[in-house]
Design a protein around this ligand. Structure first.
Ligand code: NI
Length: 175
């Protein structure tokens, strides 16, 4: 397995619409290795999510830590399609491995349903709310060339990580 190079804001790949992954591509050992590399890369940089374009691949796939617990495994979502499951929109802090050491408050749907393929090519449907729902929306945005800064209603909360830790909520992970 290998650690992949993470693209940073300004790289055109982060602004392009990623293409869908064919079911037949998923079983390819090279694609399976790519998934493992994405998971390793996410962990290496202490992220909670990582999308294809963030490792210079314009493919509709992301990996994310959606479940609680120390032994939780990374989820792999391919060709995700999100539907809001209630009308509530909530603001919360976000960061991004492609925008290092920056945090900002972003409004997101509180509860969603996401339909996708898993790494075996099976259709999965996941209902998520609060933080996992936020991560799924952030990562799916990456597949459409959208960064969390684009979703902020105002830039007044925009903070460097040090100042965020000092003056705002502690913790907070990069997506
Ligand atoms: Ni991100």
């Amino acid at each position: 397995m290998s650690i992949l190079k993470v693209s940073r804001m300004g790289h055109p790949v982060l602004r392009q619409k990623a293409r869908s992954v064919e079911r037949s591509e998923i079983k390819d050992p090279r694609f399976q290795k790519f998934i493992d590399d994405m998971i390793d890369t996410m962990h290496e940089y202490s992220g909670v999510g990582l999308a294809g374009p963030q490792v210079h691949e314009g493919l509709r796939i992301f990996v994310a830590m959606l479940d609680d617990g120390d032994d939780a495994e990374a989820s792999v979502l391919i060709n995700p399609v999100i539907t809001p499951a209630d009308s509530r929109v909530v603001e919360g802090w976000e960061g991004c491995l492609s925008i290092p050491d920056i945090r900002g408050r972003v409004p997101r749907a509180h509860k969603i349903v996401v339909k996708a393929l898993d790494r075996q090519g099976r259709t999965v449907e996941i209902e998520a709310e609060d933080f996992p729902a936020r991560v799924i929306q952030h990562e799916t945005d990456h597949l459409d060339g959208v960064l969390f800064l684009d979703r902020m209603q105002t830039l007044t909360s925009l903070s460097y990580l040090d100042e965020y830790s000092r003056y705002h909520v502690r913790g907070g992970d990069d997506e």
